[in-house]
Design a binder for this molecule. Sequence first.
Ligand SMILES: [Mn+2]
Length: 301
Amino acid sequence: MSSPHMTAVVMLLIHDSGFGVGQKACRREESVTEMASSRHFRTIFISDVHLGSKAAQTDLLLDFLRHNEADTIILVGDIVDGWRLKRSWHWPQGCNDVVQKLLRKARKGCRIIYIPGNHDEFLRDFPGTHFGGIEVAERIVHEAADGKRYLVLHGDEFDVVVRNARLLAYLGDWAYDAAIALNVVLAAVRRRLGMPYWSFSAWAKLQVKQAVNFIGEFQNILAEEARKSDVDGVICGHIHHAVMEEINGIQYINTGDWVESCTAVGECHDGTMEMIIWHKPAAVTTMQPLTPDIIEDMKAA
Ligand SMILES: [Mn+2]
């Protein structure tokens, strides 16, 4: 026996996701009786949460994770801010809640892949390992439902190229490759010496007038890396600048951050990639006022 309300199905579009231009809204049919406020993606990409820094928007992220499910969640680096934690331990309940929520999803069968960034590079010593059901990988190629292949990496290894783009273009390919290798070595040495990693976003913000150029340069370099890897697109984080756009025939996707923009990228079941901006008026009221400490954290991100 089936009553009309039992079989009623509504088209739910939770949260406006009208980010950028030309992106198809991904509407999912959901039964009214269950999961009325939750969406299900094939894959969710999140980066730059900076757990351990006061600027991390854990309330909003937790809310996002409650309302969005996925077969696979890919953490694209700087989820935990190891550098911030080294200076002073700041781990409120909200950070635990986010970690617990992710581990619970893993236990329930969600595949979680953690790609370390420069702020959680301590995990780079453990590629291929699992902890609590979470896999660690340096970079991966993700194949979407529509067959498109995406290189997924945090992106910090290209900082040195962004800073020295003109010089490296003049010196050629070998210098470009050597610079990337040197960047990795220098980061490891600085880590051993207890020196903080050089921060792209802080640096770009200081060079206000040129910041747009630097972001454009970063995007071009990442798109070029994807082209070299013979894939259709690249999904990265690091520069806290959420965007989806085509660069020289390569789909460039930056997942943004959970410090300021509160953005994630969702792959729908047909392979469509969607930028999600998570703003909830109810959660906004719980956000902390901007203190000098928080502003410092945001700069360091
Ligand atoms: Mn980073």
